[in-house]
Design a protein around this ligand. Structure first.
Ligand SMILES: Nc1ncnc2c1ncn2[C@@H]1O[C@H](COP(=O)(O)OP(=O)(O)O)[C@@H](O)[C@H]1O
Ligand SMILES: [Mg+2]
Length: 254
């Protein structure tokens, strides 16, 4: 693997059972502790690429070529936080079960670790004491629980699939800041999928721009954004709305 890579994706192709190409010869490498962004319009193959890394392709999609090399544990934070939790199970219990299974500890120890994780994610004590169901939590709180569940797997690589798209603008910023702080603390690498170039610029040191299942441009984030080589990258940048004077800086999270 190149330099100190924790993940290497080489010529990855994914296709339907009927041989329709969905992802075509995608290659990139991720260094330890590094964050790589996958950006591109809806349907460009970002989520499928993440799922291939996780080893969990949806039914009907198969690997058609290429290799994925990694010896690290990956965990995924999905786009729809409430939808990725079990609605019929209290959140502390869900988290405890993942801790118990992934860390092979007793039920009591698992609950302790689960509560520590919730604390780390900045969730209020009320969630820890009373057994709350996902429907009783806000979207942002659900996403914090989902991130805690991913961290319970002690991932070397955290795969984030548009983790804030379903959330309110103010909450989006808090969640991104929380993920970045946790990354500094725990040292995991990230592949971060977003269609928001401002979020990508704030989070990722490297960028891959995807279009129609292919990477059309990749490089250091600043280089790509300051000096885009591909017309599609330029178009993505041009499609960011100009900011009206009075709106302030909050707009970048839209
Ligand atoms: N289970 C599936 N079966 C067939 N095609 C799929 C399936 N999942 C996704 N696709 C297709 O693969 C392409 C890439 O999808 P996806 O990776 O979800 O895009 P993105 O995350 O960039 O929006 C799209 O054209 C989508 O319709
Ligand atoms: Mg997607």
């Amino acid at each position: 693997m190149p330099y100190n890579a924790i993940l290497e994706v080489k010529d990855l192709s994914l296709a339907t059972k009927h041989d329709q190409k969905l992802v075509n010869r995608v290659s990139f490498a991720l260094g330890r502790g590094e964050t790589l962004g996958l950006v591109g319009e809806s349907g460009s193959g970002k989520s499928l690429t993440l799922r291939a890394i996780l080893g969990l392709l949806p039914r009907g999609v198969e690997k058609a070529g290429g290799i994925i090399k990694s010896d690290a544990v990956s965990a995924m934070v999905f786009q729809d936080p409430r939808g990725s939790l079990d609605p019929l199970c209290p959140v502390v219990k869900q988290l405890t079960e993942v801790v118990r299974f992934r860390q092979q500890v007793s039920k009591k120890a698992a609950r302790g670790i689960a509560l520590e994780l919730l604390e780390m994610l900045g969730l209020p004590d009320s969630i820890k004491i009373a057994d709350r169901y996902p429907s009783q939590l806000s979207g942002g709180q659900c996403q914090r629980v989902v991130i805690a569940i991913a961290l319970a797997c002690k991932p070397g690589i955290l795969l984030c699939d548009e983790p804030t798209t379903a959330l309110d603008v103010t909450v989006q910023k808090q969640i991104i800041e929380k993920i970045s702080a946790l990354q500094k603390e725990l040292g995991f690498a990230m592949v971060f999928v977003t269609h928001n170039l401002a979020v990508a610029a704030a989070t990722c040191s490297k960028l891959c721009v995807m279009k129609n299942g292919e990477i059309v441009e990749q490089g250091d984030t600043l280089d790509v954004l300051q000096n885009p080589q591909n017309p599609y990258t330029q178009m993505l940048m041009d499609s960011v709305l100009p900011v009206p004077e009075l709106e302030g800086s909050g707009r970048i999270w839209n």
